[in-house]
Write a protein that binds this ligand. Structure first.
Ligand SMILES: Nc1ncnc2c1ncn2[C@@H]1O[C@H](COP(=O)(O)OP(=O)(O)OP(=O)(O)O)[C@@H](O)[C@H]1O
Ligand SMILES: [Mg+2]
Length: 497
């Protein structure tokens, strides 16, 4: 039986046709993968299923019932829950309160029944086989556990379909395996899922069928077992894309940035390395290995306790982000959407915001023509999907918003560029554009650090790779000597995994 039956759905935003005659089904007890490039319409489709958007045309059936007047309330009543990437939990409420919020709100005799809710929350947590204290505050839980609370909450609302929008982005491999086994178990109980991800390997691992979208249309829906990654990429892009290991390595003579015995209590210990002009250095390790904290220290977000940072051989003091920018360091954070954008501002302003002084002409007037050209150039280079750069950044799809943050820092033309998770949440086509940009900038002398746990990405981009574990640098190897297996092993062996 089809739990979801969407026929010929269309949705416009102004002049943008976000959905064009979409047919989409989800069977009871299946995991349906939903993939496609940034801005192709995935989030718009699930928001239509969830009653957030009213479609401009087409019909929608949920659980065998035709939805005449879509609203989030109706969707929830019919059993549809969306777990957005930010999870939308209440951080300062307890696990119990978060799980049972839905039922509690509809209850008039709350006080007398609170123990009943405790029982219900405990039962769901036990059914999911998760060990969480229901009285813990959600803000004190690691992200993977918060996600489980969000799933438990959906089940407390008697959901029959859970839509997961890029659920594995912030999870370690071990947590992903746990999540997948939970989804498989729930599926056996008849629960359906829509699973959105840009990680195609995971899509094939967990999904029964896969729906591929391009430009607001469905390109096809296939059994996962009959697909491989390059076939999906081909459907997404209209052509194939192969990622090859980097073959021409650079190791510049001039050391641009070096750190010596850098330490920060509870985060990293005695880290030393040198970065050369024109070099792309990979920095990897499992989540929690200290790699992001190290980058934050170099960029002055949370300075180290001891050790030295040198720029071109001269010791410098980096106590703030301002100091770091002064020395020509730029940092593209992993958490780009909360740290990187001024949402109500235009796409154009967001791209040039960090570099406005470059556009000052005579009499200190901004050259709007120059700004316009720069913005146009980045929009085409990174394939940012918009029809007008004057629109607010908030009108872009998630992945296209990320590209804006990347453009902003690249436009600075820094001496040292640190990119944390440069392609997290970014589709394969735009990935290629970002890789090309990294290589072009390095060829012109920029020193680049790429922080990533995507091993093919490291192999394709880096000249040398460093691996951290438990706050220490444990491996340093030239990419020419590295391969997927050895890198994977060196990350995991040392974690005891
Ligand atoms: N609220 C909105 N106002 C105007 N345009 C929008 C709005 N939401 C989405 N769009 C546009 O609709 C199109 C589809 O966007 P959508 O968010 O569905 O993409 P997506 O497939 O989820 O992409 P991503 O992988 O980047 O998250 C894009 O062109 C986007 O700019
Ligand atoms: Mg999206």
């Amino acid at each position: 039986m089809n739990f979801i039956n969407a026929k010929n759905i269309s949705k416009d935003f102004g002049g943008v046709h976000a959905l064009k005659g979409v047919y989409f089904t989800v069977r009871q007890g299946e995991i349906m993968g939903l993939v496609g490039q940034n801005g192709c319409g995935k989030s718009t489709l699930i928001k239509t299923l969830a009653g957030v958007w009213r479609p401009d045309g087409g019909t929608l059936e949920i659980a065998g019932q035709k939805v005449e007047n879509p609203s989030p309330f109706i969707a929830i009543k019919l059993g549809v829950s969306v777990i957005y990437q930010d999870l939308s939990l209440f951080p300062n409420l307890s696990v119990l309160e978060n799980i049972c919020l839905g039922p509690i709100i509809g209850d008039n005799s709350l006080l007398s029944r609170i123990s009943l809710y405790r029982g219900k929350a405990m039962e769901i947590l036990a059914r999911l086989g998760i060990d969480i204290n229901p009285d813990d505050l959600v803000e004190d839980l690691p992200i993977a556990k918060q996600q489980l609370v969000a799933i438990a909450r959906a089940l407390a609302n008697d959901s029959r379909l859970l839509i997961l929008d890029e659920p594995t982005t912030a999870l370690t491999r071990r947590e992903i395996i746990q999540l997948f086994s939970l989804l498989s178990n729930l599926k056996k109980g008849g629960i359906s899922f829509v699973f959105i991800s840009h990680k195609l390997g995971e899509i094939l691992e967990i999904c029964d069928r896969v729906t591929v979208m391009r430009d607001g249309s469905i390109i096809g829906t296939e059994e996962a077992a009959s697909l491989n990654i390059s076939q999906i990429e081909g459907m997404m892009l209209g052509h194939a894309l192969a990622l090859q290991k980097k073959t021409a390595f650079r190791s510049g003579k001039e050391v641009v940035l070096s750190v010596e015995h850098l330490s920060k209590k509870n985060h990293f210990l005695d880290v030393s390395f040198a970065l050369h002009a024109g070099e792309v250095l990979g920095l990897s390790g499992l989540l929690g290995s200290g790699r992001t904290e190290l980058a934050s220290a170099i960029f002055g977000i949370s300075p180290a306790d001891s050790g030295k940072i040198l720029i071109r051989g001269k010791e410098v003091r980096i106590a703030s982000v301002g100091n770091a920018i002064h020395y020509g360091i730029a940092y593209v954070p992993e958490d780009r959407l909360t740290q990187g954008l001024v949402m109500p501002h235009s796409i154009s302003n967001n791209i040039v915001i960090a570099t406005l002084e470059q556009y000052l002409g005579r009499l200190a007037l901004l050259s709007f023509q120059k700004i316009g050209l720069t913005v146009k150039n980045w929009i085409s280079k990174l394939d940012i999907k918009t029809d007008d750069a004057r629109k607010a950044a908030s009108t872009l799809s998630g992945g296209n918003q990320q590209k804006i943050v990347i453009a902003k820092w690249l436009a600075m033309n820094p001496a040292v560029l640190i990119m944390d998770g440069p392609t997290v949440g970014i589709d394969v086509g735009a990935k290629r554009a970002i890789y090309d940009t990294i290589q072009t900038n390095a060829a012109q002398g920029m020193a680049v650090i790429v922080i990533s746990d995507d091993i093919p990405e490291l192999l394709a981009n880096c000249d040398r790779i460093l691996i951290m574990h438990g706050g220490r640098l444990t491996v340093e190897m030239p990419t020419s000597e590295a391969d997927e297996e050895s890198l994977q092993r060196s990350m995991e062996i040392r974690s005891g995994a």
